[in-house]
Design a protein around this ligand. Structure first.
Ligand SMILES: NC(=O)c1ccc[n+]([C@@H]2O[C@H](COP(=O)([O-])OP(=O)(O)OC[C@H]3O[C@@H](n4cnc5c(N)ncnc54)[C@H](O)[C@@H]3O)[C@@H](O)[C@H]2O)c1
Ligand SMILES: N[C@@H](CCC=O)C(=O)O
Length: 417
C-alpha cells in the first residue's frame, strides 16, 4: 500500500472515528494489512487440506473450495476500520460476492478502504459498498432468497435481531445462510496478590482508556486484593491526572470524544447511576459534556458490590469499575466473576504464583475467548492472538481454537506516558 494511502487511511480514521494517531495507525494501517496478508495465507492453506486417496492408483479424491451461491452481507462496526475492511474481503477471497454495509459512523475511512481495493484490481461487483440505514439494510438482505451468509461484528442486540430475522425467513432461502457474529464484551482484569503491581497499573490504564474504552476488548471491570488496592489506586490516579482529553488531531491527546450521541447518553446513564448508587464511589473523572463533541471523562469507580449492573453490562466508553476484595477470598470472587456477566470476550489474570495461575486459567476457561496472563486484555495481533469471543460475545470462530492464546511475559504490559 502506498505511503499516501496509509496516511489517508489514518487521517480518515482520526477525523471520522476520533482515534488518536497511535490508535489510527494500529487499526487502519497495521491491522488492515495484517488481515489482508493473513487471509491470503490462510485461504491457501485451506486448499492443501484434501481427503484421503487410499488407493491412489485407482481413485484420486479431491475437494475444491468454491464461492457460495448468492451473496454475503458484511455488516461492520464503527470502532475498527480494519474490521470493516476484513469482513467484506475475507468472504471475497474465498470466491464469494459481498454486499458491505459500513457503520453510519465510520463511512469516510471505510469508503477509502473500498476505493483502495478497487484501485488494487478488485473487479466491480465483487465487494459492493452500500452505506445504508442499519434496519433498512438488515430487513432487505434477510428478506432476499439469495442471502448466503452474514459476516457481522457489532453489538449482541443487533446480531440477535439479525439471527431472528433469518430464522423467520428460513423457508425463503435457496441455501441455508451461514451466520457469523462477533459481538460485545464485559472484559475483566482479575488480580491475585502475587500479581506484578506495575503491570496491573499500566495494563489497566491502557486497556480501559485507549480509544476511550471503545475497543471491544477494553477492560471495564477489575477485581483486586484489598491489600494491593491502595498502592495501585494511588498510581492509577497519578497517571489519570496526566491523561490528555481532546481532539484526536492533537498529537498529545490520549482520549477523545465517544463516537456519537447514543454512546454519550449510554455513558452518561452509567455515570448518573454511579453518582446515585451507595455501592459506587467515583474516584476520578465522572463528568461528561456534549456541548462540543461527545466527551466523557476517563472515569475510575470503586464498588463494594461485585454484582452491581456496572460490573455486568457493556458500556463501551472510558469507564472502569474496580472491586477490591479480601485477599484470602480470591476463589469466591473468581466464582462471582465467572457468573456475573453473559459476555465472554476478553479477560486477563495477573498472578505470578504458578499454582494460582493454573487454577485461575482453569476457572476462567469459558469466561473469555481471548485470555491474557500478566498482560492487558486488549491489543491482539492478527495471526498471533486469534480473536473471537465466547458465550454471547461471539462464536469463538478463530483460526485456532486454543482458549489461551497468549501467555505474555510479566513485563509485557508495561507502558509509559
Ligand atoms: N467481538 C469483536 O470482535 C468486536 C469488534 C468490534 C466491535 N465489537 C462490538 O461492536 C459494538 C460496537 O459497535 P457498533 O456500535 O457499531 O455496533 P452496532 O450493533 O450498533 O452496529 C454494528 C453494525 O450493525 C448495523 N446495524 C444496526 N442495526 C441493524 C439492523 N437492524 N440490521 C442490520 N444492521 C444493523 C450498524 O449500522 C453497524 O453497521 C460493541 O458491542 C463492541 O463490543 C465487537
Ligand atoms: N484487535 C483488538 C480487538 C478489536 C475489537 O474491537 C484488540 O484486541 O484490541
Amino acid at each position: 500500500m502506498s505511503k499516501e494511502y496509509r496516511m489517508d487511511l489514518m487521517a480518515t480514521t482520526m477525523m471520522g472515528q476520533a482515534k488518536n494517531i497511535v490508535q489510527a495507525e494500529i487499526d487502519a494501517v497495521c491491522e488492515l494489512i495484517d488481515f489482508l496478508r493473513f487471509n491470503v495465507q490462510y485461504a491457501l492453506s485451506l486448499q492443501t487440506q484434501q481427503p484421503l486417496s487410499p488407493s491412489a492408483f485407482e481413485t484420486i479424491n479431491s475437494q475444491n473450495l468454491r464461492g457460495m451461491e448468492g451473496f454475503w452481507a458484511a455488516i461492520s462496526p464503527f470502532n475498527f476500520t480494519a474490521i470493516g475492511g476484513n469482513l467484506c474481503q475475507s468472504p471475497a477471497i474465498m470466491g464469494n460476492v459481498t454486499v458491505w454495509k459500513p457503520s453510519d459512523t465510520a463511512m469516510l475511512s471505510n469508503y477509502l478502504v473500498y476505493k483502495i481495493y478497487r484501485e488494487a484490481g478488485l473487479p466491480p461487483g465483487v465487494i459492493n459498498f452500500v452505506p445504508a440505514d442499519g434496519p433498512v439494510f438488515g430487513n432487505t438482505v434477510t428478506a432476499s432468497k439469495h442471502l448466503a451468509g452474514i459476516n457481522f461484528t457489532g453489538s449482541v442486540r443487533t446480531f440477535q435481531h439479525l439471527w431472528k430475522q433469518v430464522a423467520n425467513n428460513i423457508e425463503k432461502y435457496r441455501t441455508y445462510p451461514r451466520l457469523i457474529g462477533e459481538c460485545g464484551g464485559k472484559n475483566f482484569h482479575f488480580v491475585h496478590k502475587s500479581g506484578d503491581l506495575e503491570s496491573v497499573v499500566n495494563g489497566t490504564i491502557r486497556s480501559a482508556f485507549e480509544y476511550g474504552g471503545q475497543k471491544c476488548s477494553a477492560c471495564s471491570r477489575m477485581y483486586i486484593p484489598q491489600s494491593m488496592w491502595p498502592e495501585v489506586k494511588e498510581k492509577m490516579l497519578k497517571i489519570h491526572k496526566e491523561i490528555q482529553v481532546g481532539s484526536p488531531l492533537e498529537v498529545e491527546t490520549f482520549v477523545s470524544a465517544v463516537i456519537d450521541d447514543k454512546s454519550f447518553a449510554r455513558n452518561k446513564s452509567y455515570l448518573d447511576h454511579a453518582k446515585s448508587s451507595p455501592n459506587l464511589t467515583i474516584l476520578a473523572g465522572g463528568k461528561c459534556d456534549d456541548s462540543k463533541g461527545y466527551f466523557v471523562e476517563p472515569t475510575i469507580i470503586e464498588t463494594t458490590d461485585p454484582e452491581d449492573k456496572i460490573m455486568k453490562e457493556e458500556i463501551f466508553g472510558p469507564i472502569l469499575t474496580v472491586y477490591p476484595y479480601p485477599d484470602d477470598q480470591y476463589k469466591e470472587v473468581a466464582d462471582i466473576l465467572e457468573e456475573t456477566s453473559p459476555f465472554a470476550l476478553t479477560g486477563a489474570i495477573f498472578a505470578l504464583d504458578e499454582e494460582v495461575k493454573e487454577e485461575l486459567i482453569d476457572k476462567f476457561r469459558d469466561c473469555a475467548g481471548n485470555f491474557y496472563i500478566n498482560d492487558k486484555s486488549t491489543g491482539s495481533v492478527v495471526g498471533q492472538q486469534p480473536f473471537g469471543g465466547n458465550r454471547l460475545s461471539g462464536m469463538n470462530l478463530k483460526e485456532c481454537c486454543c482458549p489461551l492464546s497468549y501467555d505474555a511475559p510479566v513485563k509485557g504490559g508495561h507502558y509509559s506516558f
